[in-house]
Write a protein that binds this ligand. Structure first.
Ligand SMILES: [Zn+2]
Length: 263
């Protein structure tokens, strides 16, 4: 039933099975993105091509077909069940507009094996003289607010002399926990009780971050919610106070993002 159902959903959504799967034994499906050029919605059906049995959850991601016809993964694969499949496809499609474009050739950017976010067409390789400069450019390390950052700031008081005393007085009273949440992130939520995750809503709640303002207010377009939590119970900030007994916070599915103590 589930195999039949899964195939039926994919067919109804306009997907066609691929003949090959270079990375595994399951049947891969894909189709065009409804609006973005060269972008394909790719579904790993989790159905084994030999046995025809379900061997895993169904995964959805977006790929960009570059000039060499290579498929570059531009969003992280999100796994779901038959019930969440259509909504996950929609969420991935919506995430496309948050994927950055190459300034030079307008192709989508993707995260290369090196960890660098680069043009899917690797168009810099065509700029003979500039090749070295472009490839040696390292991806900026993600800004993480950690204890070492605090120490560094303290060691160098001239850098920000006005902030120092303020920091000292507030640090112990209210420890803030923050996470880097960005537009385009596919998110779910998790419930924390006394600093421990007690419920993870992956698979039942799915949304796409549309905006994060300067105060850390996060706007989300909730595309799926089969849980018993109401929309008004959903988190809406990229931070919370560490002394909260119980808190509902975001969990980013499309990138590795961790919550950490802020200053
Ligand atoms: Zn380019």
């Amino acid at each position: 039933m589930t195999v039949v159902q899964r195939k039926a959903i994919l067919k109804a959504e306009g997907f066609f099975p691929h003949k090959k799967n270079a990375k595994g034994t399951s049947i891969i499906y894909s189709r065009k993105h409804p609006s973005a050029k060269f972008v394909r919605v790719v579904v790993d059906s989790g159905i084994d091509s030999k046995t025809g049995k379900i061997v895993g959850k169904v995964g959805v991601k977006l790929c960009y077909v570059n000039r060499q016809k290579s498929w570059r993964e531009i969003t992280t694969e999100i796994f779901t069940t038959n019930t969440g499949l259509v909504k996950t496809i929609k969420a991935q499609e919506a995430a496309e507009k948050f994927v950055k474009n190459c300034k030079h050739c307008k192709a989508k950017k993707f995260t290369a094996k090196s960890g660098n976010v680069v043009c899917a067409n690797a168009c810099w390789t065509a700029w003979a003289g500039k090749k070295k400069a472009a490839t040696t450019k390292k991806k900026k390390p993600q800004k993480k607010i950690t204890a070492s950052t605090v120490k560094k700031a303290a060691r160098n008081p001239q850098r920000n002399p006005q902030r120092k005393p303020q920091k000292k007085s507030s640090q112990k009273k209210l420890q803030k926990i923050v996470a880097e949440i960005l537009p385009g992130d596919l998110v779910t939520v998790e419930l924390l009780k006394l600093r421990k995750v007690t419920t993870d809503y992956t698979g039942s709640v799915l949304g796409i971050v549309t905006k994060v303002d300067q105060f850390g207010k996060v706007s989300v377009d909730w595309t799926a919610n089969t849980s018993n939590i109401h929309e008004w119970e959903m988190p809406f900030t990229n931070h919370y106070a560490d002394d909260c007994r119980e808190i509902m916070r975001f969990k980013v599915l499309s990138r590795p993002v961790e919550w950490a103590k802020a200053v």
